[in-house]
Each structure stands twice: as structure tokens, then as C-alpha cells.
Ligand binder design. Structure first.
Ligand code: FAD
Ligand code: NAD
Length: 504
């Protein structure tokens, strides 16, 4: 759909380059109560990576696999095979068949204009847009330009890998056929989630090749271990501590996104082994889309793949007049949709208030300041078991010099998990900063922990003291009882440290 916007208009109060969810939110927050005008410049689909090629399709693929695994672990439920074609069909509905009409309608309905094309800065408050037909149009902003250009999958320089035209996250989320044999390179979130749905949807041989010693290395070690155990139990070959050193594919085709791209692929490994598969998926992280944005026209020079730097008002430092902002993956802060949208709420509010000449609030929980990106970020990994985490890991806390008490609990001991599935496996870990007696990190792995993550986020961001958490009563029987058991374990640890042996 082409956005309906006056083709001769050249000036708005706010220009947002990149129309992903975060960009939409920034435009909304900048304009909704301020009377400011805004335009979104988008080169592909309004809604961005998350809506079409990342969060939404991946969760649409994972949910049936998860439900089936849960049902298979409960007496009384007959579980049939997954109908992969139906699951892919539902995924297509979830991604709106790669049509952004509804998102454009939302923007226009909110009074936000949309211009199709690739934007780049061209001096102070100016953006040149190269349209789909190649023509250029120069737009100017009275108050602010926001960069929300996201990130792109990184393909490491393994000989033969790029030439093999590997699948990236875009293919594996938008797959149209299930390759019989798949090898995934990488051991992070994309590799673990994608291996879960590929195997769950019927791929016969799924292999993860990961150079590190643990999956999900940004999380507490037990989380990656539990996910590796579960993937192996489901039939995934998880190879740790090995790297892909060479890739060979004799014939490369171009059948389109999500289709197998040619003849079989041989991945040669650092341990001398090989994996032969019908498709190879690269899941080795992402590069911020900061190149080609014209940053040099406003005096900024970035190295290749460097994120756009921002301060805690999401303003790009070193640009006169505080008019340039960046949000989302392009800042390199936290590559998560909810974090990009959080940053967008802050940037939009800062833009509106600066435009009105109002001073920024410098209080500890100011609407103008990002307080979460520094060590309080929540994330859910939708594997089976799920991993929900917020704040610091133990290693990160110790690196910061914090004196933390560590509490762990086996989630299988809870009444709430006993009724959830029959062979429940799960674990929780809490880190308590001893000096302030507040939780600074929490990690849960197990079925049903995704929704538990928000209570942990409340505790960590709100710095709720442990004595107050004692009065936050979890309902029985739910997975939230993890909180009570963790606090009881903490209490027992503290008493064990202070109690004197009874005299006989
Ligand atoms: C497989 C996968 C699953 C994921 N699952 C989750 C999840 O469950 N939860 C979660 O929180 N996060 C998830 N993520 C991460 C999430 O997708 C990203 O953090 C999020 O999409 C980043 O949003 P963004 O606003 O930074 O930009 P993006 O979504 O990357 O979008 C950037 C937009 O800018 C446009 N653009 C770029 N350059 C220009 C230009 N010069 N001019 C005009 N337009 C431009 C692009 O076309 C695009 O529409 C997942 C990622 C992947 C890969
Ligand atoms: N549920 C979610 O929230 C969700 C789901 C998917 C992706 N995401 C986000 O998307 C981003 C990208 O995910 P990802 O899994 O690609 O990245 P990641 O950073 O989670 O993992 C990258 C993996 O690739 C490995 N790697 C990096 N460079 C390599 C190289 N040169 N050779 C071999 N291995 C290499 C790393 O060791 C790591 O295991 C993440 O930051 C993640 O937060 C989030």
C-alpha cells in the first residue's frame, strides 16, 4: 500500500527515519499531546523487523510447538503430529502476509504521515529520501529527527559461508518449507528458538554449532544448560565449543525467502568434523544499521558496524542543538522490541517537552531518562523451557563490584509447577544486593516463566526492599510461588549464617 501523504509537503516538526514499532511509538509520543506534526520515513514495511521477520513470526511458530510439548506431558491428552502447513499458514496471518496496510492506517489515523523510501541525513534537521522509483525528496524537521533504522543479521567471515547464501533470521522466521536437515551456526537466542521450532515442525536432523561452551551465554549458566538438555532430549544435536571453519555448497539457487537455496551444504568444523545439511542458518548476532545514514553530514564519524551513540535522553551527543535522537537496535543498547519502544516513549516525550520549552526532569524515575538500559533489562527466550530474566547475572553483578547474596530454587518443587506438567524441569535464581537489600537480578527457566518475568522486573526496577517482597503474596498454586520459596531460601541462608549451634 502506498501511504497517502501530500507529495509536495517538505516540512514537519519531527521526522522519524525507520518505521519499526519503536519509530511509530516515538512519533506517537512526540505528537499525541503536543500539537506537533510527524512523518515516518520507511524504506520497506511499516512495523519493521519485529512485525514481519522476527518477534511475531517466531512466536507464531513457537507457540504450537510449546502447546504440543506441554500437552504431551499431561496424562489424558492425546497429542497428534503438528500440522506444519497449518502452522505456517497461521504465521502468514500473524505477519499480515507481509502487507503493512494496517500499520500505515494506524499511523495516518494517529495523524502521523508516512513517506516511502530510504532516508539519510543531509545536514542539520534535514533528511533526503530516495523513493522506490529512485527520485529524491528533501524533508526538513522544525524540531527533531529520530533514527530507528534497526539492525541486520551478521554473517561471519567463514570461508564459503556468504557464497552459500545461508538462511538468516528472515528466512527461518518466514520459512515456506521445512528442510529435512538444518545446521544452525550460533548459540544465542535466535539459534535456540529457531532450533526449537524447526525440530518441532518436523525437521529430521537439526544441529547447532556453537563456538562457546554454553548456549544463551548472556544468561545465567544454568539457563543455557537446561535449554541445551531439552534441545538434546528433543533430538537436536547441540555441538558446543566448535566453530564453523569452512562452508561448501556446490549449487546456489535463488528461490526466494524461506526456501532452500540450492544443493546440500557441508559445514566443516574446527574439531575436524563436518555437518551435512539441506540448509544452513546463520544466527551469530546483528549489526546496527548505522551506515549510509549521512551521519557525517552532521559531524559524526562512526566505524563500520558501530552503533549510533546516545545519552540517557536518547539524544545523539556531539550534535549542536539537541535535535538528533536514536532509538532501538541502531543504538546497540538492548536488541529487543520492548526496549526500543521504551526508548521511544522517552525520546518522544523529550522531543515534545523540549519543543514546548519545558525543562527536562532530572529525578531518579524521570519520564525523560532511560534508567533501564543500565542493568535492568528484561528478556524472555521462548524455548522449552522458557527463560525469563531481568537485571544482572551473578557474573555481571560481581564485575560491578556488588556484594550479592545468591539464592537458587528448583522450580519442580512447587505445587504450581506440579499441576502444570508432569515432568516439570526448571530453576530460579535471585541476586540480592546485600547493602541495599534489593533484588538486582533474577532468572527463571521452566514452563510458564515468561509471565513471571514482569514481577521480577517490578522488583528490580522499583528496587523493592526484600522485607516488602515478603508481603507480596503469590497465589496458590501458581509458578509465582517461586518468589516465596526463593525468599524462604534466602531467609534460611541468612539464618544458617547467623544461628549458633544449640548447646546439648
Ligand atoms: C528471529 C528474531 C526474533 C526476535 N524475537 C524477539 C522477541 O520475541 N522479543 C523482543 O523483544 N525482541 C525480539 N527480537 C529483536 C527485535 O526484533 C528487535 O530488537 C527489533 O525489531 C528492533 O526494532 P528497531 O525499532 O530497532 O528496528 P527494526 O525492527 O530493525 O526496523 C528498522 C526499520 O527501519 C527501516 N530502515 C532502515 N534504514 C532505513 C533508512 N535509511 N530509511 C528508511 N527506513 C529505514 C527498516 O526497513 C525497518 O523497517 C527478535 C529478533 C529476531 C531476529
Ligand atoms: N525472545 C527474544 O527476546 C529474542 C529472540 C530472538 C532474537 N532476539 C534478539 O535478537 C538479537 C540477535 O539474536 P542472535 O541470536 O543472532 O544474537 P545473540 O547475540 O543472542 O547470539 C549470537 C551468537 O552467535 C555467536 N557468534 C557471534 N559471532 C560469531 C562468529 N563470528 N562465529 C560464530 N559464532 C558467533 C555468539 O557466540 C552467540 O552464541 C539478540 O540480541 C536478541 O536479544 C531476541
Amino acid at each position: 500500500m502506498s501511504a497517502s501523504v501530500d507529495p509536495d509537503r517538505t516540512e514537519w516538526d519531527v521526522i522519524v527515519v525507520g518505521g519499526a514499532a519503536a519509530g511509530e511509538v516515538a512519533a506517537q509520543y512526540a505528537t499525541q499531546f503536543s500539537g506537533l506534526s510527524a512523518v515516518i520515513v520507511e524504506k520497506e514495511l511499516v512495523g519493521g523487523e519485529c512485525s514481519y521477520w522476527a518477534c511475531m513470526p517466531s512466536k507464531a511458530l513457537l507457540r504450537p510447538v510449546e502447546v504440543r510439548a506441554n500437552a504431551g506431558d499431561l496424562s489424558g491428552l492425546g497429542v497428534g503430529a503438528v500440522d506444519a502447513a497449518a502452522v505456517l499458514g497461521r504465521r502468514d496471518v500473524v505477519v499480515n502476509h507481509l502487507d503493512d496496510a494496517s500499520q500505515v492506517r494506524w499511523a495516518l489515523g494517529a495523524g502521523i504521515d508516512v513517506v516511502r523510501g530510504r532516508g539519510r541525513l543531509d545536514g542539520a534537521r534535514a533528511v533526503v529520501v530516495t523513493g522506490p522509483g529512485g527520485g529524491e525528496r528533501r524533508l526538513t524537521a522544525r524540531h527533531a529527527v529520530v533514527l530507528d533504522t534497526g539492525s541486520t543479521p551478521l554473517v561471519p567471515p567463514v570461508p564459503g559461508l556468504a557464497e552459500a547464501r545461508p538462511w538468516t533470521s528472515r528466512d527461518v522466521t518466514n520459512l515456506h518449507e521445512i528442510p529435512a536437515r538444518v545446521v544452525l551456526i550460533g548459540g544465542g537466542v535466535v539459534a535456540c528458538e529457531a532450533a526449537t521450532w524447526l525440530r518441532g515442525l518436523g525437521a529430521g536432523e537439526v544441529t547447532i554449532v556453537h563456538r562457546g561452551s554454553r548456549l544463551l551465554a548472556r544468561n545465567e549458566p544454568f539457563a543455557g544448560d537446561l535449554v541445551a538438555d531439552a534441545l538434546r532430549a528433543s533430538g537436536v544435536d547441540v555441538r558446543l565449543g566448535v566453530s564453523a571453519v569452512k562452508v561448501r555448497r556446490d549449487r546456489v539457487d535463488d528461490p526466494g525467502i524461506g526456501h532452500v537455496r540450492g544443493s546440500e551444504v557441508t559445514v566443516h568444523l574446527s574439531d575436524g568434523g563436518t555437518v551435512v545439511a539441506d540448509e544452513v542458518v546463520v544466527a551469530t548476532g546483528r549489526t546496527p544499521n548505522s551506515a549510509g545514514l549521512g551521519l557525517e553530514s552532521v559531524g559524526l564519524t562512526l566505524g563500520p558496524g558501530e552503533p549510533v551513540p546516545v545519552d540517557d535522553h536518547l539524544t545523539v551527543p556531539g550534535v549542536d542543538g539537541d535535535w538528533l535522537y536514536a532509538i532501538g537496535d541502531v543504538t546497540g543498547r538492548a536488541l529487543l522490541t520492548h526496549m526500543g519502544k521504551y526508548q521511544a516513549r522517552i525520546a518522544g516525550t523529550v522531543i515534545a517537552d523540549r519543543a514546548a520549552g519545558r525543562p527536562l526532569d532530572d529525578g531518579p524515575y524521570s519520564v525523560h531518562t532511560d534508567v533501564v538500559d543500565d542493568g535492568r533489562v528484561p528478556q524472555v527466550v521462548f524455548t522449552d523451557p522458557e527463560v525469563g530474566a531481568v537485571g544482572l547475572t551473578e557474573a555481571e553483578a560481581r564485575d560491578r563490584g556488588l556484594d550479592v547474596e545468591v539464592v537458587e530454587y528448583d522450580l519442580a518443587q512447587l505445587a504450581g509447577t506440579y499441576v502444570l506438567r508432569e515432568n516439570y524441569v526448571g530453576r530460579a535464581k535471585l541476586l540480592v544486593d546485600r547493602s541495599a537489600d534489593v533484588v538486582v537480578g533474577a532468572t527463571f527457566a521452566g514452563t510458564g516463566v515468561a509471565e513471571l518475568t514482569h514481577s521480577a522486573t517490578t522488583a528490580v526496577v522499583g528496587r523493592i526492599p526484600v522485607p516488602v517482597l515478603w508481603h507480596v503474596v503469590p497465589s496458590y498454586p501458581t509458578v509465582s510461588e517461586a518468589w516465596l520459596r526463593l525468599l524462604e531460601t534466602l531467609n534460611a541462608q541468612r539464618n544458617a549464617a547467623t544461628v549458633r549451634p544449640r548447646r546439648g
